[in-house]
Design a protein around this ligand. Sequence first.
Ligand SMILES: [Zn+2]
Length: 100
Amino acid sequence: MNNHTCIECGHAFTWKNIFKNIWTAYKPMKCQKCSKTYKVTNGSQALVTLLVIVPMLVFGELLSMLSLLPKLSIMIFVGFFISLFVPFLLKYKQEPVNKN
Ligand SMILES: [Zn+2]
């Protein structure tokens, strides 16, 4: 069992699920099989910021001679490219269940 497996039913989250989750600002991820929700841990959010956002800003700084549009395109490309690898590093925890 790895970090990306539902602890309730053993359903594995795919890379695609997690990748999409990063770009939806970490909305809780639902297990497609048993509907348990998982949220990325605070540590993992910090990791994404460090690995994705910081390099984007650094590139933005390095490319400050460019005009806004090409600069933004490169920054987004850098962030996108790095985030392809980030799903392997993230940790998720189960959300507390609301019993109504
Ligand atoms: Zn499940």
